[in-house]
Ligand binder design. Structure first.
Ligand SMILES: Nc1ncnc2c1ncn2[C@@H]1O[C@H](COP(=O)(O)OP(=O)(O)OP(=O)(O)O)[C@@H](O)[C@H]1O
Length: 252
């Protein structure tokens, strides 16, 4: 399987003098094209920092990151921002959306910048994505008039607008109840089945159990890994048990 993402001995340091410490302490990660992985670990272990490093959102102090055959440290800020815009999608715990725009306009806004002549195509694509994630009828609603799960679906639609090769999700189900979280995971599974690689940070064993590989972090290092298989809807309980057992072993 071709590698879409390689993190090689990544070191990220925060703080000065006595406060200085490696929040990422030589982390190596590889992801194949179309792979679906989760990152788990205690609060402060470096999960979000790792995602920022792997997506070129934040610089690193040592090591290297290669995304789609491109070494990120040799790319300029403009090139990195183009790469993030065209090849990566981001989903956060709470989607950042503008209060004065409806759901559809929030979804299309980032794609419209400098691209207004393609407004009709962009809107058509947004509507197709909204239909795909089950919020087609909500396009005119304000962001305060939808549920947390519906807002997260809109966040996923926005992340899909440029047909990314990879989606980074930083606790995308963290603000949702268990049922909504599983519905969001259904959507991620479908997106992944279409070939998009996905990396999710999560504290939830039921979310991690839906991915095909779970990496466990502690103190800026990946200390363990659990290989599952592509989730096909069967043996959810067994998968959750495997993840929980590993979390316990690792001390999460
Ligand atoms: N910009 C920064 N400056 C200084 N320290 C930082 C900065 N960003 C993160 N840290 C520190 O790095 C460590 C790792 O943070 P990170 O957000 O990656 O953890 P996490 O595993 O994602 O935690 P959580 O599960 O709570 O979100 C924490 O101790 C945090 O305080």
């Amino acid at each position: 399987m071709k590698k879409i993402l390689i993190g090689d001995h990544i070191v990220k340091t925060f703080g000065e003098g006595d406060e200085k410490r490696n929040v990422l302490d030589g982390v190596s990660v590889e992801m194949g094209e179309g792979e679906f992985v989760a990152v788990m670990g205690p609060s402060g272990s470096g999960k979000s920092t790792l995602m920022f490093a792997l997506s070129g959102t934040d610089s690193i102090n040592n090591g290297k990151v290669v995304f789609d055959d491109r070494e990120l440290s040799s790319a300029s800020e403009n090139e990195l921002s183009d790469l993030r815009r065209t090849a990566m999608g981001f989903v956060f715990q709470q989607p950042t959306m503008l209060k004065n725009l409806n759901i559809l306009d929030n979804i299309i806004l980032p794609s419209m910048r400098g691209n207004r002549k393609n407004a009709a195509k962009i809107t058509e694509k947004a509507r197709a994505n909204m239909k795909r994630v089950g919020i087609a009828e909500l396009e005119k609603r304000d962001i305060t008039q939808v549920s947390g799960g519906q807002l997260q679906r809109a966040g996923i639609c926005r992340a899909l607008m440029n047909s990314p090769k990879i989606i980074f999700g930083d606790e995308p189900t963290g603000a949702l109840n268990s049922q909504s979280a599983q519905e969001i995971m259904d959507i991620f599974s479908e997106i992944n089945a279409d070939g998009t690689a996905i990396m999710l940070v999560t504290h939830d064993a039921k979310v991690a159990a839906r991915t095909e590989r779970v990496m466990f972090m502690r103190d800026g290092k990946i200390v363990s890994e659990l290989k599952l298989s592509k989730f096909d809807g069967s043996d959810m309980d067994g998968r959750v048990e495997e993840v929980t057992k590993k979390m316990w072993e690792v001390g999460i």
